[in-house]
Ligand binder design. Structure first.
Ligand SMILES: [Zn+2]
Ligand SMILES: [Zn+2]
Length: 382
C-alpha cells in the first residue's frame, strides 16, 4: 500500500433524514485499503439533480438506499493512498499520489449485465456512492466529504491537466450521462433537428455536444432566461422558455412552429419534469428517436400514453441510466478539446464549504444556482 499520511477522520455532510438539514459529522477513514481500492481527497463535489431527489426522498421509489448516507456522486478526488495493484487507471495509464481522478459507481464485472450484455450500469451487484450506509466500513461512500474511498471495482480515469477540477466534477455524472445517452441514441447528422427538453446541466451539456457533433438545428427547452442564454452560447439555434410557455401543449406548439410544423429527428428528455415524456412524443418527427434520461421511476410517476402513436409513427424510444468509465473518459476528452468553444465554467460559478452543503442543495432546488460546487478543503482551486 503506497500512501501519503492517512487522516483518522473525515468531515462529511451526512443525510440522516429525508428533507432535514445535512449533519456535519466526523466519519472514520479506513486505514487499510482493499486491493484495487484508492483513498482520495475530494477536491470538488458538484451537486447533481439526483442529490436533490436523494435529499427529498423521491429517489427512494426507484433505488434502494440505507440511511445515514453521505450524498454526492459527482466528484473529483486526488489520490492519497493506493491499495495493492491500483497504480493504474482503468485504461492502463499510470497513476501517482496527488493525481486527480474521476471514478464510477462499482460494477462487479461478473454478472450477466457486466459480462454478457455489456451494460455494466445495470450490474446486479452494483455498489453506489451516496446510497450506501456510511456508518459501516468503508464509511466514506459519498462526495460531500473531505475524503472518499474508491471501491476496488470502481472504474477510474485520470483527469486531463487542461480540464479544471470543477468542470471535471460536473463531467463525472452530468456530462458522462449525456455522453452515454448520445452513444445509445446513435448518430446525429448535419440535416437532423434535435430537441432538448431541459436547460439544467444535462440539457446544456447536451446542447453543446449536439452542436459539436454537427446537428443542423438544436431547440433547447427550459428556464430561467440565464440558462437559455447559456444554451445559445452552447449552440442552440432556438430556445423555448417554459416560463413563457407554462403548458405542455404550448411548448409542443412552440417547437412545431419553430420547425415549420415538422417534428425533430431526435428528442432528448433531460428535464425530469413529470409531463415531459408525453410532451416530447409530440415533438418527434415520424420515424424519429427519443432518448429518455431525466425521469425518476416509482409510484406516482405514471403518465397517460397512447402506445399506438409510437406504433403508427414508428418511433424508437430508449432510456439511459448512469454511465460507465468509458463515458467518463469521453466526457473529459470532450471538455478538453472543446474548452475554448463552450464556456463550461458558466455551469459551475459558485463554491460552498462542506458546512454549507444544505444551502447548496436548497439553492439548486430553487434554481438559484445551476450546479453548486462543494469544496471541502476551502474555496480555492479550479
Ligand atoms: Zn448524478
Ligand atoms: Zn455486474
Amino acid at each position: 500500500m503506497t500512501t501519503f499520511d492517512i487522516p483518522t477522520t473525515s468531515r462529511a455532510a451526512v443525510l440522516t433524514e429525508h428533507g432535514a438539514p445535512l449533519e456535519l459529522r466526523e466519519v472514520p477513514v479506513p486505514q487499510e485499503l482493499e486491493a484495487g481500492a484508492l483513498l482520495v481527497r475530494i477536491e470538488a463535489a458538484t451537486v447533481c439533480g439526483s442529490d436533490l431527489h436523494l435529499w427529498d426522498g423521491s429517489l427512494a421509489g426507484s433505488q434502494a438506499l440505507d440511511l445515514p448516507v453521505i450524498p454526492g456522486h459527482e466528484m473529483v478526488g486526488s489520490i492519497i493512498a493506493f491499495g495493492d495493484g491500483a497504480e493504474r487507471d482503468t485504461f492502463g495509464a499510470p497513476l501517482k499520489l496527488g493525481d486527480r481522478i474521476c471514478f464510477t459507481h462499482a460494477s462487479c464485472g461478473q454478472c450477466d449485465h457486466c459480462r454478457f450484455d455489456n451494460q455494466p450500469t445495470l450490474c446486479t451487484n452494483r455498489q453506489y456512492y451516496m446510497f450506501t450506509n456510511c456508518s459501516r466500513p468503508p464509511y466514506l461512500v459519498g462526495g460531500f466529504s473531505e475524503y472518499v474511498y474508491v471501491f476496488p471495482n470502481s472504474g477510474r480515469v485520470r483527469v486531463p491537466d487542461e480540464v479544471p477540477t470543477s468542470w471535471a466534477s460536473a463531467a463525472s455524472c452530468a456530462l458522462r450521462t449525456v455522453v452515454h445517452s448520445f452513444e445509445r441514441i446513435g448518430k446525429l447528422n448535419p440535416w437532423d433537428t434535435v430537441v432538448i427538453q431541459g436547460a439544467g446541466p444535462l440539457g446544456l451539456f447536451a446542447t453543446a455536444l449536439a452542436d459539436h457533433l454537427g446537428a443542423g438545428r438544436i431547440v433547447t427547452i427550459g428556464a430561467p432566461d440565464d440558462r437559455l442564454a447559456i444554451a445559445k452560447q452552447y449552440g442552440a439555434t432556438d430556445v423555448v422558455s417554459v416560463f413563457e410557455h407554462p403548458e405542455p401543449d404550448d411548448r409542443v406548439a412552440a417547437v412545431r412552429s419553430i420547425l415549420d410544423g415538422a417534428g425533430a429527428e431526435v428528442v432528448f428528455e433531460f428535464s425530469g419534469a413529470r409531463t415531459a415524456f408525453t410532451e416530447g412524443l409530440g415533438m418527434i418527427k415520424e420515424g424519429g428517436r427519443y432518448m429518455v434520461t431525466g425521469q425518476i421511476d416509482g409510484p406516482g410517476k405514471e403518465v397517460p400514453v397512447r402506445p399506438g402513436f409510437i406504433t403508427r409513427q414508428q418511433l424508437t424510444i430508449m432510456g439511459t441510466w448512469s454511465g460507465h468509465i468509458a463515458e467518463y473518459r469521453k466526457a473529459l476528452h470532450f471538455m478538453k478539446i472543446a474548452r475554448d468553444t463552450y464556456d463550461f465554467g458558466a455551469l459551475v460559478p459558485n463554491r460552498y464549504a462542506l458546512e454549507d452543503a444544505t444551502e447548496a442543495l436548497s439553492r439548486m432546488r430553487a434554481q438559484e444556482d445551476i450546479k453548486p460546487v462543494i469544496t471541502p478543503h476551502g474555496t480555492g482551486g479550479s
